[in-house]
Design a protein around this ligand. Structure first.
Ligand code: NAD
Ligand code: UDX
Length: 452
């Protein structure tokens, strides 16, 4: 089978690499000439564990190709996946211009039956728009070529994308014909053989499934962050509360870690887009609005703690930052909490010395020479007035506290990811602040207990 993937970003590249890995002939297309030239030379535009090796291996085997020419790719393709971006437009709804452009390109260039599958995250009703755009282009050409559309939302997580694609919790496919169902069933066979389910449904339900999944996950995070904030006020420890609630199998023990708010290219924009879809249909998604509001304020929580520690004056203070990407194992900084925190620190007059294992280049695009970039985590601490941990990279978990204590001007650590143990930090002479634990006092404050 020959397939084409249009849009060679995080999703497109992982999809293309994984399909070629199981022996399918794949062509990845992108409008970005530089990106395609680099890929042809084995230069991968993103950091994603295992991706570079997989792409190189399959290019060398001759079953993974890169081009900017959609017409060449479509000439002999049975299935086309659309995996271009769907960024939020001004009102938060998903901007479909790239998706529709690709649909038009498909209509312009297909010359035999083609199944056009939308893998980008798109609001309900988009497949119909894709179908109409293809039809319009075919009508302009005055040709009558049979085609199908399908929806196949992607659930991979950055940093674990290859594993997620090869061993998916489930594959969701929305189809309108048995021909499309059979084609996608065959294409995904290598990934479903070991019991990973493929779930077929109608197109609208598939489109909705993606938003519902991301919104549910975002809800879990805002919920635990809200509870964490209350834990701090009443003197409870969120780490203990988390264990207490997640041992209930109905709640489950995943995705309930408190932190400095969810970021990335998906949750923030998908929650917003679903709220807008509700509004379009005159339905208010009240829970999701609250999820969004909690997340917005959670991104300020660590900054507020640093401000409080310095009595509201950060002018001339130096803050060391460990971690800039929105989560470990990726260089992606889209909607990363670090963006908000750095902006606030700069505005307050602080100097910043930052380190991230892979996201420094990305950070330079955002902050140019307004902050100092360090090539080593300890280098950030030299003469710094505190350290803030923004991403839970493994290499930050067991650092050398003695060296840290020596390098820091003031031994204060603000841990946005709860990776350290408060008693160990205190033992090592640090002032320690994290999320959802009142590190100022170990006991329930009397005025709180009185109010119960
Ligand atoms: P991305 O920005 O990394 O990549 C999109 C690519 O599409 C870019 O390289 C861009 O140049 C290319 N492109 C734009 N217009 C084009 C056109 N007309 N023809 C060919 N190429 C074109 O985006 P991404 O993170 O891969 O996300 C793609 C979609 O998948 C989005 O809808 C996103 O919500 C969804 N998604 C993303 C993730 C993730 O973790 N990143 C996970 C699941 C779903
Ligand atoms: C997410 C979805 O998980 C994935 O299924 C979808 O396809 C794309 O969007 P991703 O954005 O790559 O994936 O990262 P994810 O691991 O889900 O983390 C998202 C954000 O939530 C990060 O900022 C992370 O730090 C935060 N998070 C996650 C928490 O704060 N607490 C948690 O317990 C889990």
């Amino acid at each position: 089978m020959n397939i084409t993937i249009i849009g060679s970003g995080y999703v497109g590249l992982v999809t293309g690499a994984c399909f070629s890995e199981v022996g399918i002939n794949v062509t990845c297309v992108d409008v970005d000439q530089q990106k395609i030239d680099n890929l042809k030379n084995g230069i991968i535009p993103i950091y994603e564990p295992g991706l570079e090796k997989m792409i190189t291996r399959n290019m060398n085997k001759g079953r993974l190709h890169f081009t900017t020419k959609i017409s060449d790719a479509l000439r002999c393709s049975d299935v086309v996946f659309i995996s271009v971006g769907t960024p939020p437009d001004e009102d938060g709804s998903a901007d479909l211009k790239y998706v529709i452009q690709v649909a038009r390109d498909c209509g312009k260039h297909m010359n035999d039956y083609t199944l056009v599958v939308t893998k980008s995250t798109v609001p309900v009703g988009t497949s119909l728009k894709v179908k109409n755009a293809i039809k319009e282009e075919l009508d302009k050409r005055k040709v009558n070529i049979d085609f199908d559309v399908a929806s196949n939302p992607e659930f991979l997580k950055e940093g674990a994308a290859i594993d997620d694609f090869l061993k998916p919790d489930r594959i969701v496919v929305g189809v309108e014909s048995t021909r499309a169902e059979e084609l996608l069933n065959t294409l995904y066979k290598p990934f479903t053989l070991n019991g990973h389910p493929i779930i077929f449904m109608d197109v609208i339900s598939a489109e909705m499934t993606k938003y519902a999944a991301n919104s549910m996950l975002a809800t879990k995070i805002s919920f635990i962050n809200d509870i964490a904030n209350l834990c701090e006020i009443v003197g409870a420890d969120i780490n203990k509360v988390r264990k207490g609630i997640t041992s209930d199998t109905r709640i489950g023990n995943k995705f309930l870690y408190p932190g400095i708010g969810y970021g990335g290219s998906c949750f923030p924009k998908d929650v917003q887009a679903l709220i807008r879809t509700g509004e379009e249909f005159e339905y208010e998604l009240k829970v999701l609005k609250a999820v969004e509001a909690v997340n917005k304020s959670q991104k300020s929580v660590l900054f507020n703690k640093i401000m409080k520690y310095y009595d509201g004056d950060l002018k001339g203070k130096t803050v060391a930052l460990w971690g800039l990407s929105f989560k470990p194992q990726t260089d992606d900084m889209r909607e990363a909490p670090s963006l908000e925190i750095i902006k606030k620190l700069l505005l307050a007059g602080a100097n910043i010395r930052a380190y991230d294992p892979v996201a420094l280049n990305e950070a330079k695009h955002h902050f140019e020479n307004t902050i100092t970039y360090c090539e080593d985590q300890y280098e950030t601490l030299i003469n710094a007035d505190c350290l803030a941990v923004l991403t839970e990279w493994s290499e930050f978990r067991i650092p050398n506290f003695k060296i840290m204590h020596k390098l820091l001007n003031v031994p204060a650590i603000f841990d946005g990811r709860n990776i350290y143990d408060k008693s160990e930090l205190k033992k090592n002479g640090f002032d320690y602040f994290c999320i959802g634990v009142n590190t100022d006092s170990d006991v329930l404050r009397p005025e709180v207990s009185l109010s119960y």
